[in-house]
Design a protein around this ligand. Structure first.
Ligand SMILES: C[S@@+](CC[C@H](N)C(=O)[O-])C[C@H]1O[C@@H](n2cnc3c(N)ncnc32)[C@H](O)[C@@H]1O
Length: 271
């Protein structure tokens, strides 16, 4: 290696080590600020991921880009967070969710066999939060759990030094977090769910996600209901994933259209 090339390599290595040190320190601050309870709650663990397709786009990116810290907004029982942990042994997931009590059963939960099987557990006071803690207990050393609404907690997480490599958004489907993440975490890959979720009139996540891609001068990739804003072109593998998921996407689009024609919301209620 020439001296110039060696210097560049040294500088890159030094920058990489500084970033790794900074990531470790910020995770330590976050873990101290948001500790796990000392005991596992008595609730049964529930393995349930609300996966409606296309998450390979995210898991592939976690593995291929060496994602070490992933910020997830909207974790529910931790099913998706587990998928991210499985994609790489290195990744730590910061889960943000208010984990509110389920006042209204919601058609989505009642319609699912797991939701029905754990109905009483999930509807008890603190049932969702305690179920999340119990479900993620065995992987708690790789999870920071932050109980709160995204817009309330993101500035604090940033001030504690959090600089995620990736942000995955699966919250209230409106995407209010996207411009905030653009501002706070300009270097992170932003991804999320709900590309095909419609209130019957529009697809609310599409506009903020598309605007973010334009702001960042990057490509918006969608596979099934998953979207990801990327700095590189589509790979062949991603195009294949997209083709595979097409029938499911068409079914979801057809359901949205039916809801619109019937004047019902996604939970089956009349508007
Ligand atoms: C569809 S669920 C997430 C499912 C989970 N990602 C999975 O696939 O297993 C949506 C979650 O977003 C949470 N949520 C809603 N609004 C939020 C907000 N503003 N900030 C953080 N979480 C929010 C809800 O409490 C709920 O647990």
């Amino acid at each position: 290696m020439t001296t110039g090339a060696a210097n560049i390599a040294d500088t890159a290595t030094a920058r990489g080590s500084r970033a790794a040190l900074q990531a470790r320190e910020s995770l330590a601050s976050l873990k101290a600020r948001y500790p796990w309870p000392t005991e596992r709650p008595s609730e049964s663990p529930i393995l349930w991921s609300l996966d409606y397709g296309g998450r390979r786009l995210v898991t592939d990116a976690i593995a291929s880009r060496g994602v070490n810290v992933l910020l997830e907004i909207g974790s529910f029982l931790g099913g998706s967070a587990r998928q991210w942990l499985a994609a790489s042994r290195e990744v730590v997931v910061v889960c943000v969710d208010p984990w509110p009590d389920l006042i209204d059963p919601g058609a989505g939960i009642a319609a699912h066999r797991i939701g029905r099987a754990y109905r009483d557990q999930l509807h008890a006071p603190e049932g969702v939060y305690r179920s999340f803690i119990s479900s993620m207990w065995d992987v708690r050393h790789r999870i920071v759990h932050v109980r709160g609404m995204s817009l309330d907690v993101l500035p604090e997480l940033h001030s504690l030094g959090l600089r995620p490599d990736m942000v995955y958004i699966d919250a209230d489907k409106k995407g209010h977090e996207i411009p905030v993440c653009d501002e706070l975490f300009p270097d992170a890959v932003i991804a999320g769910d709900d590309w095909n979720w419609s209130d019957g009139y529009s697809f609310p996540i599409r506009d903020p996600a598309s605007r973010s891609a334009r702001r960042r001068g990057r490509r918006l990739k969608c596979v099934g209901t998953t979207w990801l804003i990327d700095d590189g072109p589509w790979t062949i593998r991603e195009r294949l994933l997209q083709l595979q998921s097409s029938p499911r996407s068409l079914t979801q689009a057809a359901h949205s259209l039916m809801r619109r024609l019937n004047g019902t919301t996604s939970s089956g209620r009349r508007r």
